[in-house]
Design a protein around this ligand. Structure first.
Ligand code: ATP
Ligand code: MG
Length: 335
């Protein structure tokens, strides 16, 4: 079976963007049974933007693990891990730091966005982020990576790193991975600015819906979401110049598992005041079973830690031999 790898950072709470753009797809790929699936809480990535207080990182990681399971990831069917518990990720990342070029990294839009005006003050880890991400994927020889649209450029870099390694050592060792970016919600936008993506690390709370938000909070954030005064159009073309409106229609479509056009077929002519009520009801119906299961799982942190311990042991059956072979190709002495 071809292998799938993907990850989410425990840099904050899970958002609706993470759920629709990533998690929901992870579950579909697991349940299809056509791939071996490896899913990861990438805690080493979570400290690249800022060093989190240790208690916060621990709590975020456990909550993210609860989010995976509550969304439908079965730790028996998939390998579910926390990145730092499988040390081969970081070991292969060092090799890739020496394969990737400074120029490649400097062109990454996530680096530019997250370092902002203060590149001198950003961490070296934030700059090297895509090399660690390439290692996360390639240490499993994963061939398919389901992600949101914002990760497309990092996956191209992963292909470049694999190709350069293979070329420089004259081997056909690392696979050239395929991004899997599909569905109505590959880029869920910020509720206050339809030209920016929704992010868990955005400092402004009302820009996103968190998976742990209760029904009132979800309804309030949707009610306050930015829109325009026009009614919903009858065809998706009518949304092309209306990013905020388009975002709410796409979120509805992704939650209901229908196309954006099917949403308009049902709601054309409605004002956003009405549509937002329907959207809030749908969001609460889909998200509240997940959030209540998450809080139930969080009552037993020791069980979460056991699940991640078992996942790490399973993962290392794959990663240790791949790292050994990599060292051997490079000429690092093993004795
Ligand atoms: P951060 O702000 O810390 O970068 P994030 O919300 O971007 O957090 P990540 O952990 O970086 O979350 O990304 C995890 C997965 O979720 C990736 O596959 C990413 O493409 C996807 N993703 C993140 N935000 C969105 C979004 N707004 N819409 C769709 N997919 C998203
Ligand atoms: Mg991100």
């Amino acid at each position: 079976k071809p292998r799938v790898f993907s990850g989410i950072q425990p840099s904050g709470g899970l958002t609706l963007g993470n759920y629709l753009g990533a998690m929901k797809r992870f579950v579909q790929m697991q349940d299809a049974g056509t791939h071996e699936t490896v899913y990861c809480m990438v805690d080493l990535h979570a400290i690249t933007a800022r060093l989190l207080p240790p208690e916060e990182l621990r709590n975020n990681t456990r909550e993210l693990c609860a989010g995976f399971i509550a969304s439908g990831i079965d730790p028996e069917k998939s390998i579910l891990i926390n990145q730092s518990q499988v040390p081969e990720h970081a070991q292969l990342a060092w090799i890739f730091n020496c394969v990737a070029r400074m120029g490649w990294m400097g062109r990454m839009t996530q680096w530019k966005d997250k370092s902002g005006k203060d590149a001198e003050g950003a961490s070296l880890g934030l700059f090297a982020y895509p090399a660690l991400m390439a290692a996360d994927i390639l240490v499993y020889h994963a061939t398919h990576v389901p992600v949101g649209d914002d990760q497309k450029q990092h996956l191209e870099l992963t292909r470049d790193i694999a190709a350069k390694f293979n070329h420089d050592y004259g081997v056909d060792f690392f696979p050239i991975t395929e991004p899997v970016i599909e569905g109505a919600a590959t880029r869920v936008m910020n509720l206050q600015d339809g030209t920016k993506k929704m992010s868990k690390s955005d400092p402004v709370e009302k820009t996103r819906i968190n998976m742990t938000d209760d029904a009132d909070a979800i309804a309030k954030k949707i009610r306050k979401a930015k829109t325009d005064p026009d009614p919903l159009p009858d065809a998706v073309d009518g949304l092309s110049e209306r990013p905020d409106a388009r975002n709410l229609v796409n979120i509805y479509a992704a939650l209901a598992d229908i196309t954006p056009q099917a949403v308009l077929d049902e709601h054309a002519g409605a004002m956003f005041g009405h549509f937002k009520v329907a959207l809030a009801d749908l969001a609460v119906a889909k998200l509240s079973p997940i959030s209540s299961e998450m809080s139930r799982l969080m009552d037993d942190p020791a069980e979460i830690d056991r699940i991640l311990g078992r996942g790490a042991a399973r993962a290392r059956e794959i990663t240790v031999p791949i790292l050994e072979k990599t060292y051997d190709i490079i000429g690092m002495l093993r004795s």
